[in-house]
Design a binder for this molecule. Structure first.
Ligand SMILES: [Zn+2]
Ligand SMILES: [Zn+2]
Length: 374
């Protein structure tokens, strides 16, 4: 069948709206009519080929919609189910078996290679294949081919069109706090960068009763948003020694945890220097392979400090996304405050607004999707 998709044909963009053909779902696949999809910073990283994603390609990995057709053998969902689409994994390797599928051995081939594992794509134009299957979905389109394993059923008492960001950005921020670092009541945390991931971490830190929650971001509007969502302190890094500022706020001890969402090596270095003894720094932003981080070795050793990477908040989407929906419904996770809606025709405008920092989380509404009432 014919679909409309935002295609990336050159490094750096733009996105062009084009008519493509989408295949019927193969065994284990699910075709989803996309209602809306979040735009995540990692889409820009893929557009700019800082991750080696082939082009032309349909990006998009925070899809939400309605199952339209399922391939042979699919039991988890049926036509008409509301779903959020997350990252794709194998389901059988040790990480998948251990409920930490974001460390799946096949994470890269199943999410970034732009094709099925056999090299085919479910998308084409006039018989020429167009790369798809990004994060097992490629949801910058009216329809997406996903997989039984990466669609997560959601209750429809909350507007489905709002929920795409739960599949990546919000899950990453919340999961880093609750799963990866397991921050407890009274502990302190610095969040470096107050975009969707950082602000979601702040909401989660507040929820678990963290004591001091400090946000560092150069943009006044994001610092204000951080304060309104639970940060106890904010710091403008421009012209500021942020390590000294954190030590001044913490009786020169430092903080229990730092969370880097910026993927900048100098910022990560500072995030380690801010740690109290036994503290832990989580690298969460999409830092490129080959990018070194300088670490003060004596500082790391002497306090027993830790540095680790965290992908998708150590979360298993199958259980975590429904929990996030519950948190939103109960008012603990007001991520709708970060969201601005755009039409598919406005996708380039949405990306520009996001890259200029004017919008925290753009969501693209597909043609015919009514504006969610929040
Ligand atoms: Zn796996
Ligand atoms: Zn993402």
């Amino acid at each position: 069948m014919k679909i409309t998709a935002a295609v990336t044909r050159q490094t750096g963009g733009p996105f062009t709206l084009e008519q493509l053909d989408i295949e019927d779902p193969l065994p284990g696949e699910v075709r989803v009519r996309i209602l809306a999809t979040g735009i995540c910073h990692t889409d820009m990283v893929m557009r700019d080929r800082l991750l080696p994603v082939p082009q032309p390609v349909v990006l998009g990995h925070e899809g939400a919609g309605i199952v339209e057709a399922v391939g042979a053998g699919v039991r988890k969902v049926k036509a008409g189910d509301a779903v959020v689409i997350s990252f794709n994994t194998c389901g059988t390797c040790p990480a998948c078996a251990g409920a930490t599928p974001s460390y799946c051995r096949e994470f890269f081939p199943r999410n970034f290679f732009g094709s099925r594992l056999d090299g085919s794509s479910g998308l084409s134009q006039d018989g020429t294949p167009i790369h798809g299957n990004i994060f097992g979905q490629s949801s910058f389109a009216t329809h997406a081919l996903a997989h039984e394993r990466n669609v997560v059923k959601v209750q429809d008492d909350v507007p489905t069109a709002l929920l795409g960001p739960l599949a990546c950005g919000v899950m990453t921020g919340v999961g880093t706090v609750t799963n990866a670092l397991k921050i407890r009541a009274g502990q302190s945390v610095v969040v470096l960068g107050a975009g969707t991931v950082g602000l979601s971490a702040i909401m989660a830190a507040k929820m678990v009763g963290a004591g001091r929650i400090i946000a560092i971001d150069p943009q006044p509007a994001r610092r204000d948003m951080a304060l309104s969502l639970g940060a106890t302190d904010v710091i403008d890094p421009a012209g500021t020694d942020t390590v000294a500022a954190i030590l001044a706020l913490t009786q020169r001890v430092g903080v229990d945890y730092s969370i880097d969402t910026t993927a900048r090596a100098d910022v990560i270095r500072s995030g380690i220097l801010m740690l109290a003894p036994m503290g832990e720094c989580a690298v969460v932003g999409a830092i490129a392979h080959g990018q070194d981080i300088a670490v003060d070795g004596g500082h790391l050793l002497s306090g027993g400090r830790r540095l680790r990477g965290v992908v998708e908040g150590d979360a298993d989407p199958e259980t975590f996304i429904p929990w996030l929906v519950d948190l939103y419904r109960d008012g603990h996770l007001p991520f709708d405050r970060l969201v601005h809606f755009y039409s598919l025709a406005e996708i380039n405008k949405a990306v520009e607004a996001s890259e200029r920092g004017q919008v925290i989380k753009p969501i693209i509404l597909m043609p015919g999707t009514p504006m969610p009432t929040l």
